[in-house]
Design a binder for this molecule. Structure first.
Ligand SMILES: Cc1ncc(C[n+]2csc(CCOP(=O)(O)OP(=O)(O)O)c2C)c(N)n1
Ligand SMILES: [Mg+2]
Length: 345
């Protein structure tokens, strides 16, 4: 139960969310400074989901993620310096600079793969669950994916096999479609599924589904912990549908910081909650919501929260300098690690 967490754990959870936020704000600035030239996606507004799900996992559990992966990789404890270096295509990057933002992964922390092919991670995590079941033990495989993945045929095959074979797979559907502009409105393509209630999809296969508020650390953690426990008991897959409002900066095709960098004093200073983003500051920003909860419960003071934010900023400032100083991955090695040199049939 997250209500059993001590103050230190709650502060660590808030800090992890803040590190993800400051990492991605830094990334937008690096893009504006033309330090990298790739399409990229931000996890801002969804930090509570990734951090809380990963809190419910153990060290032997496996994960697969998507194009919107930064938050998952950092939540699992990846080094922000090496994650940033990866996105900047540097030799010191987590994946040697070959993966970039879309394939950022940390195999040492249990990431099976990061697939930017929408729906790809569902099948990869299902395969992971198959392997884990064959190995015995009680580790689980987790798929993080967006609502758009449920438009892909591979998702249906994967859910079917996981249900048929009772595989230990936890499916985390991050539904950020609420408020999405969609391609017709000049924004990123949003769901175009004929299914209006996505929870009916896993339910059709007999997979239990829980819908939770994806901005609520406690609600996500409790649902994820139940799903993980079901898998560990050998009772087959489970599905968590975590719903968030789409963050304004992820509505256009290219990420923006329409509210500027996060101002942590807005957690308690309501006089700042005005203008076009008032509703976001009050009701949607998951970092603000969790920080306010800690304040209300007496688990943190305003100065604790400012100090955690300072730590997050210092970590990312250091990561930025380190990544920028790292040597670029040589273009001539682009095809290394792709072809097997001594192919035997
Ligand atoms: C198979 C496939 N089709 C299209 C794309 C282009 N694409 C990248 S992200 C995206 C939208 C995915 O929506 P969702 O899964 O809900 O994730 P979100 O970006 O909303 O977090 C699309 C269509 C892709 N990467 N893969
Ligand atoms: Mg989506």
């Amino acid at each position: 139960m997250s209500s059993d967490w001590d103050k230190e754990r709650k502060h660590a959870v808030l800090l992890r969310m803040m590190i993800i936020r400051r990492f991605e704000e830094c990334l937008v600035h690096l893009f504006e400074e033309e330090e990298f030239m790739a399409h990229y996606h931000l996890y801002i507004g969804q930090e509570a989901t990734g951090v809380a799900v990963i809190e419910a996992l153990g060290p032997d559990d496996k994960l697969a993620t998507t194009h919107r992966n930064h938050g998952h990789v950092l939540a699992r404890g990846a080094d922000p310096k090496r994650a940033l270096a990866e996105i900047l295509c540097r030799e010191t990057g987590l994946n040697g600079g070959y993966g970039g933002t879309l394939h950022l992964s940390d195999p040492d922390l249990g990431f099976l793969a990061t697939s930017s092919i929408v729906g790809g991670c569902i099948s990869l995590a299902t395969g992971g669950g198959f392997a884990l079941k064959n190995d015995g033990g009680n580790a689980v495989s987790v798929a993080f994916f967006g609502d758009g993945s449920l438009e892909e045929g591979i998702s249906y095959e994967s859910l079917n096999l996981a249900a048929l074979w009772s595989l230990p797979v936890v499916y985390i559907c991050e539904n950020n479609n609420e408020g999405a502009v969609g391609s017709i409105g000049g924004g990123f393509p949003a769901a175009v599924s004929a299914v209006t209630d996505l929870t009916k999809i896993p339910a059709t296969f007999g997979i239990p589904v829980e819908t939770v508020d994806g901005r609520d650390v406690d609600a996500v953690f409790e649902a994820a912990a139940r799903a993980v426990e079901r898998c560990r008991q050998g009772n087959g897959p489970a599905f968590v549908h975590a719903v968030t409002e789409r963050w304004e900066g992820s509505k256009p095709l290219w990420p923006e910081l329409p509210m500027g960098d996060t101002d942590i004093t807005m957690v308690w200073d309501e006089s700042r909650h005005a203008g076009a983003f008032e509703d976001w500051y009050r009701s949607h920003d998951p970092i603000f919501l969790y920080a306010r909860q800690l304040l209300a419960d007496g688990d943190a003071t305003e100065s604790d929260i400012s100090e955690l934010d300072r730590q997050a900023i210092a970590t990312i400032t250091e990561a930025r300098a380190w990544a920028l100083e790292s040597p670029p991955t040589p273009a001539a090695t682009a095809l290394d690690n792709i072809f097997v040199s001594d192919a035997r049939v």
